[in-house]
Design a binder for this molecule. Sequence first.
Ligand code: NAD
Ligand code: SER
Length: 314
Amino acid sequence: MTKILITGAGGQLGSELTETLVNRYGTESVVATDINEESRSLFSEIAFDTLDVTDHRALKVLTEKHQITQIYHLAAILSATGEKKPRLAWQVNMDSLLSILELAKEKKLDKVYWPSSIAVFGPNSPRTHTPQHCIQEPLTVYGISKQAGERWCNYYFQKHGVDVRSLRYPGLVGYKSLPGGGTTDYAVDIYHHAVRKTPFTCFLKKDTVLPMMYMPDAIRATVELMEAPREAVKIRSSYNISSLSFTPEEIFRSILVHYPQFEISYSPDFRQEIADGWPQSIDDSEAIGDWGWKPEYDLERMTQDMLANLPHLY
Ligand code: NAD
Ligand code: SER
């Protein structure tokens, strides 16, 4: 029987991915964990355990207790928080991944999922249609941890046969959950300001192009990758995936169509430098070719869906 343990389940991605996995595999098959005890309230139908992923022993005990067969390891410190707390970011992002890969080897887990990021790229990578394989010289601690993590994933697959799968997500945008300390967070916050009818101050410059993805596409990509036949998953570091790219001014204009009174101003901070080192668009031809990736949402459709659903949460 499939038994899935999710780390960082209370986060922006985790809260939505957990819901999808419960719908697919059933309430008995999913165990949610997070360091934040308050996340428990999100998961009334399934088992929830408080877990600090840097506690290797606790991770092992939970894996044994629930007879886990797959781990979705989502817990991480994101790019902006990572620049403020670099040692913590390295500890949480790296140590925990190594523990989980080692556990997967020892317990012969069926599969491991671990998200990487466009943050593995740096200013010396091609900025548009950034290819799967190119120079990667990340400038953030977060990016360095994701780059090193990718190499460890590939190593455990090659040396130990651990079936680990990974996607390099762009910035994720969704209405069901709030982002947790990233450079792309503005693209979620802006919608909240629009529906609350309050002006929005953007921490990036108006013409900063970044690759983004609407959460339903990100969740579907994750499920499709994890359910693809083992031999179809040829890249064991992490796959580029792409959907849409826009600037703060473009997302603002897409919202103006629905909220003509909405106002924006710009006050770039330290996150501008992070964004300036990241790609503007991504070449995802390997994901398309290997396991049939295809995005569904463009900017207009994403904005329509965000603005149709977000007001119900207020
Ligand atoms: P998030 O910050 O919203 O959630 C992370 C969760 O991890 C939080 O619930 C937090 O409480 C938990 N956590 C933090 N430290 C922990 C620890 N020591 N032990 C256990 N749990 C801990 O992040 P997210 O956006 O949901 O990101 C999930 C994953 O996806 C991360 O690996 C992130 O790098 C990756 N990712 C996210 C994006 C994005 O735009 N959101 C883009 C690329 C990659
Ligand atoms: N959206 C993430 C961040 O901004 C990228 O991985 O940190």
